[in-house]
Design a protein around this ligand. Structure first.
Ligand code: DCP
Ligand code: CA
Length: 440
């Protein structure tokens, strides 16, 4: 197994279940997904949450990197194909042979001897993750990167711009497929819990709506281990008291569950009734975000270094802005360059002190670009991220040189950020970007 931290930020479980308090109605007969979705939109107080989850993520990324050659074949991505390891991702063809995430590699080879085993490349998956979230932000600014391949979008206020919730889901899936070449499933619901469950029910390559009205018919019949937050131990404990489906749990007494599971008991009960008030946490609100990044596909592939540098400046400026907004500074700058033949190169550099100013991020990104630059090839996409983050409140070592100038730049950017907060992101941009509006 790659040992990859699937959930970048907060432990997803507690985040998803936290805040579940009020009881919301259920019970009207099921209607079509489109009708449900438009009804979701028509109640202003009800949220419309979309969960998008990549199908067989690592395997799909690998398939996309080898266009055509892996189509129809069982593909399994592992930490290491030689030594003792386990499968991290199995595509849906491999799953037909009984291989799943976590299957030991020796078992996988026995179950599927003609399968294609690929050593995983985390940098590639992180980069794709950053790109997925950029695409999500084309549909709403309220996007939570929940795990490496799963994001929540609050589309309550924006779905009407794209033809309603279901059409938003369709368009988002199509954009991801067109831009990154990978299949995904969208789930739509009035909260994160139901949207996430809907995305699981729609797999693979589907779009599924789970409204409150569907809770008795589509949510309650599911096995108890399909309820988000219920692990193997809890499943066992619940089986001992005869609870095997989500519906069984929903009918249990709050007091009994409290006695059995403490503070989690009432949370389980609310979740079993499809109730979840947990908020969408955007990058800026993530208390322990691990990286902040942006990427951009150029409108035309180019080898014009000026244009590439301008786009890079635009990206660094966006990353810097998001870092300062979230109160972050970071030490590791990663640059991704994708050439027109889809070859994707990634380089990272760690600097001595945490940075959050556009010019510091840009300077490091330029050094990295120098290493990756191939003047004979056309650049298709650029991505910049900063990781190794510290929070603004944490003590930081000051740089030895240029501190006065850096402080002035920081003060200047703080004023610019305040202007942007008030009048929008484009109220002030770096001069070179004016001539290349696509980089803004
Ligand atoms: N992952 C891992 N180890 C695991 C489970 C997952 O390294 N035990 C990685 C590989 C997956 C990625 O995380 O591709 C996303 O995990 P998912 O649980 O979303 O699984 P998939 O995307 O592979 O499949 P699905 O289509 O069921 O979502
Ligand atoms: Ca997935």
């Amino acid at each position: 197994m790659l040992g990859f931290d699937k959930h970048f930020s907060l432990a997803g479980k507690s985040r998803l279940l936290a805040g579940a308090v009020l009881c919301e109605g259920a019970g009207t007969p099921p209607v079509s997904p489109v009708a449900q979705a438009s009804r979701l939109c028509s109640t202003p107080l009800q949220r419309v949450i979309l969960c998008v989850d990549m199908d067989a993520f690592f395997a799909s990324v690998e398939q996309q990197c080898a266009p055509g050659s892996l189509d129809g074949k069982p593909v399994m991505v592992c930490g290491n194909t030689e030594r003792r390891s386990a499968v991290a991702a199995a595509n849906y063809v491999a799953r037909e042979y009984g291989v799943r995430a976590g299957t030991p590699i020796t078992t996988a080879r026995r179950l599927c001897p003609h399968g294609v085993f690929i050593e995983g490349d985390p940098e590639k998956y992180i980069f794709t993750c950053i790109r997925i979230n950029d695409i999500c932000r084309e549909f709403t600014p309220i996007v939570e990167c929940f795990s490496i391949d799963e994001s929540f979008l609050d589309i309550s206020g924006s779905a009407h711009l794209f033809g309603g919730p279901v059409e938003t889901g369709r368009r988002l899936k199509a954009r991801i497929r067109q831009e990154l070449g990978i299949p995904s499933t969208a789930g739509i619901g009035p909260n994160k819990l139901l949207a996430k469950t809907a995305s699981k029910l729609g797999k693979p390559d589907g779009l599924f709506v789970l409204n409150h009205n569907d809770v008795p018919t589509k949510f309650h019949p599911l096995p108890i281990d399909k309820l988000y937050g219920i692990g193997a131990q809890t499943t066992k404990k619940l089986a001992n008291i005869g609870v095997t489906t989500i519906g069984h749990l929903a009918r249990f007494s709050r007091d009994t569950l409290k006695k059995m599971f403490g503070i989690l008991g009432p949370m389980f009960l609310d979740a079993a009734n499809g109730i979840d008030h947990s908020p969408i946490l955007t990058d800026a609100e993530q208390p322990d975000a691990k990286s902040v990044g942006n990427s951009y596909t150029l409108s035309d592939d180019t080898r014009d270094v000026r244009k590439v540098l301008t786009v890079l400046l635009g990206l660094c400026s966006k990353v810097g802005r998001r870092m300062r907004k979230g109160g972050h500074a970071g030490r590791t700058v990663t640059l991704v360059v994708r050439y027109d033949n889809f070859q994707t190169l990634v380089r990272a550099r760690t600097v001595a002190v945490p940075i959050d100013l556009d010019r510091d991020i840009f300077a490091t990104a330029c050094e990295l670009l120098d290493e990756l630059w191939d003047r004979n090839r056309l650049v298709r996409l650029l991505g910049v991220s900063v990781s190794n983050l510290v929070h603004r409140g944490e003590p930081r070592q000051l740089p030895l040189f240029g501190h006065g100038r850096r402080r002035r730049t920081a003060q200047f950017l703080a004023s610019v950020d305040a202007l942007r907060d008030r009048y929008g992101e484009t109220v002030a941009v770096w001069a070179p970007l004016i001539r290349t509006p696509e980089a803004i």
